[in-house]
Design a protein around this ligand. Structure first.
Ligand code: CP
Length: 299
């Protein structure tokens, strides 16, 4: 197995398939009464979160605990960063306590790569700025694999704030490896200009992007990373780019990495639709993160 998971490029197709298969086994464990597979007893995982998180942080914590590992939880707020301690000094001091792997989320692009250069233990990227969120792309595609029984030949439409999305970039890197066809949809102001040259079809109308797609992955509008609305106003964005019940057809799967801004990128009526697989994604995220921790520490 690989030494680090800094981004999707760290994984070969065979390693991706191994992770999906391991996740299948861990999902069975999660459905048993004990919900434990203590394969990492004696190991300690440090969660370094310099940005907010609910799903990624808690599912890594739960994944580590289900595998019998101890967890050290670091949050930037309340830490000695406020006294001027650097990122690397922080990580080296936590390492000195006896840590076997780091999971890191940081606003800086490349933080996981930087830490992996300096730490003698595996580093897992839990989101680095607007760059990548590899474990999210793995759990999204694992959700599709569970639902459809395959990935090869499926079409996934990714709709929303492409410009600020680390999830979208991880999908761009993952899709060609696993045989998934991607469509991208956003207003022109939210498409990174170089993406027009990458070869994936880019749409500026939701109805066209979703027609015939097997699944939709709707992205959160990241208002905190934008000074101005992508169209004339946020209301106008919702009017033209919100995914609404009439966009979905029978059999299509609706996903979102979370957190959802209901009423912005997704119409509130879609909370109840049978296509909605958003909470499945959350459960499968625990299994995928168990697979990643197991593969890096025992694989
Ligand atoms: N999908 C995701 O990364 O959610 P959190 O920000 O809550 O971790």
């Amino acid at each position: 197995m690989v030494r680090h998971l800094r981004g999707i490029r760290d994984l070969t197709l065979s390693q991706i398939q191994q992770l999906y298969e391991l996740a299948d086994r861990f999902l069975e464990v999660l459905q048993q009464p004990s919900r434990k597979a203590p394969a990492l007893t004696g190991k300690t995982i440090a969660l370094l979160f310099f940005e907010s998180s609910t799903r990624t942080r808690l599912s890594f914590e739960l994944a580590a605990k289900r595998l019998g590992a101890d967890v050290l939880n670091f949050s930037a707020a309340g830490s000695s960063l406020s006294k001027g301690e650097t990122l690397l000094d922080t990580a080296l001091n936590i390492l000195a306590m006896g840590v076997d792997a780091f999971v890191v989320r940081h606003g800086g692009v490349g933080t996981a790569y930087f830490l992996a250069q300096h730490l003698p233990v595996p580093v897992i990227n839990a989101g680095d700025g607007t760059n990548e969120h590899p474990t999210q792309a793995l759990l999204d595609t694992y959700t599709l694999r569970r639902h459809f029984g395959r990935l090869e030949g499926l079409t996934l439409a990714i709709i929303g704030d492409l410009l600020h999305s680390r999830v979208a970039l991880s999908h761009l890197l993952l899709a060609p490896q696993i045989g998934l066809s991607l469509r991208l949809c956003a207003p022109p102001s939210l498409v990174p200009p170089l993406w027009y040259r990458v070869g994936f079809p880019i749409y500026h109308q939701v109805a066209s992007a979703v027609q015939g797609a097997d699944a939709l992955l709707v992205l959160r509008m990241q208002k905190e990373r934008q000074k101005n609305p992508p169209l004339a106003s946020w209301e106008e964005y919702a009017r033209f780019y919100q995914v609404k019940p009439e966009h979905l057809t029978e059999g299509q799967v609706l996903m979102h990495p979370g957190p959802v801004n209901w009423g912005v990128e997704l119409h509130p009526a879609l909370m109840e639709t049978s296509s909605n697989r958003i909470l499945d994604q959350v459960l499968y995220g625990v299994a995928i993160r168990m697979a990643i921790l197991y593969a890096l520490l025992r694989g």
